[in-house]
Design a protein around this ligand. Structure first.
Ligand SMILES: Cc1ncc(COP(=O)(O)O)c(C=O)c1O
Length: 392
């Protein structure tokens, strides 16, 4: 289905109908698979014959999700995982060894930072954090043993946009991989492989599911980088995506293009409205001309995305009061849901990051992140206005 548009791939790619001729994808909730004979079992285990063995390795529903997402991202291979974090873990465990070095944007999800500094460090993988947007810092952080660059763009929660073409050129010139967490944009808004990235990571928990129902992740890239290294780790260590979740994410992919466009439209409107509110100090949204990387975002994303962050004029208490005065918005750390969510990053998603590093990354106490859902934008504004108007 290589020649189809992303809207068609999202609905039709990756699935082989069974003999039952079902129209909607079937779920295969089975731990293991049967063989016609002992000889066939032996052939499957030796790799002589391709086919399913055990659902920690492969499962038809998970494979359908993997194929569909790979086609949507423009990648050769994809591995589904139990969570976004296990997608990141499987990637680095599969591709790195003791003595390797990673250059990472400092503006990444807090838990990813903890994974790097607390856990990968124990196995001798060293990480240097640099500014998401300053290419010179990436360049000067490169060492002889640098294996990979890692970033999210736009970043969470400040929506800083990394220059994918420039970073991929730098990575290639230094024989290292560019690994991009694309969960904020999804392939609907941005296809980093086309801009020179080597590996894409997803938390399928976010926009891919889109309705806040379950946890999952994925890694996409060339067969060489994905199959033996990442799938090999995943099938051995076991952070496998379940068939039930794969089915749910397949259904999520079907509506992803339509949902992403609607999220972006509302997010842009909310960002503009917040810009004009007198209780708001600053707004972070790549679809606004006031965003420092607006032109870059226009070049590499087809829209601004569904996340808007803003700083209120005030302190933690003021930010909390805006959150606590909402009636409809979900006070929750998840994002990418049809239900709008509101979060105070400094005390939730990024609370495990050292205060100094948090401040260096710009995550101040007055910052609020909104993942704009698909409710009426007027109702979302009204819910936020309740707390904001009290700060004026
Ligand atoms: C950008 C980003 N990457 C990865 C993750 C981790 O995903 P999961 O919660 O599915 O493990 C998150 C979770 O919030 C995230 O925001």
């Amino acid at each position: 289905m290589d020649n189809f548009e992303i809207e068609t791939l999202a609905i039709r790619a990756g699935y082989d109908q069974t003999a039952e001729q079902e129209n909607s994808e079937a779920i295969f909730p089975t731990s293991s698979f049967r063989y016609e004979s002992a000889a066939q079992a032996a052939a499957r285990f030796s790799g002589e014959e391709e086919g399913n063995i055990y659902s920690r390795f492969t499962n038809p529903t998970v494979r359908a999700f993997e194929k569909r997402l790979a086609l949507m991202e423009g990648g050769e291979s994809c591995v589904g995982t139990a969570s976004g974090m296990s997608a990141i873990l499987s990637t680095f465990m599969g591709l790195c060894q003791a003595g390797d070095h990673i250059v990472s944007s400092q503006s990444i999800f807090g838990t990813t930072k903890v994974l790097f500094t607390k856990y990968l460090a124990k196995f001798g993988v060293e990480v240097t954090f640099v500014s998401q947007t300053n290419i010179a810092e990436w360049q000067s952080a490169i060492q002889e043993n640098t294996k990979a660059f890692f970033l999210e763009t736009p970043s969470n929660p400040l929506t800083e946009v990394a220059d994918l073409s420039a970073l991929s050129a730098l990575a290639k010139a230094n024989a290292c991989l560019l690994i991009v967490d694309n969960c904020f944009c999804t392939p609907v808004l941005q296809r980093p492989l086309e801009q020179g990235a080597d590996i894409i990571i997803h938390s399928a928990t976010k926009f891919i599911d889109g309705q806040g129902r379950g946890i999952g992740g994925a890694v996409v890239g060339s067969a060489e980088l994905i199959e033996e290294p990442v799938r090999g780790f995943m099938r051995t260590a076991g952070p496998t995506m379940s068939a039930f979740n794969a089915w749910m994410f397949l259904k999520g992919l079907e509506t992803l293009p339509v949902r992403m466009r609607a999220h972006c439209e509302s997010a842009r409107e909310l960002a503009l409205w917040l810009t004009n509110h007198s209780a708001v100090e600053s707004v972070f949204y790549p679809g606004l001309e006031s965003h420092p990387q607006f032109e870059l975002a226009q070049k590499q994303q087809s829209a601004g995305g569904g996340l808007v962050s803003f700083k209120v004029k005030g302190s933690t208490e003021d930010a909390w009061s805006v959150i606590d005065n909402t009636n409809m918005l979900s006070i929750t750390a998840n994002l990418g849901d049809v239900k709008t969510s509101i979060t105070h990053p400094a005390t939730t998603t990024h609370s495990r990051v050292e205060p100094e590093a948090r401040l260096q990354a710009g995550i101040t106490d007055n910052l609020i992140r909104v993942s704009v859902g698909l409710e009426s934008i007027e109702d979302i504004k009204q819910d936020l206005a309740r707390g904001l108007d009290k700060l004026v």
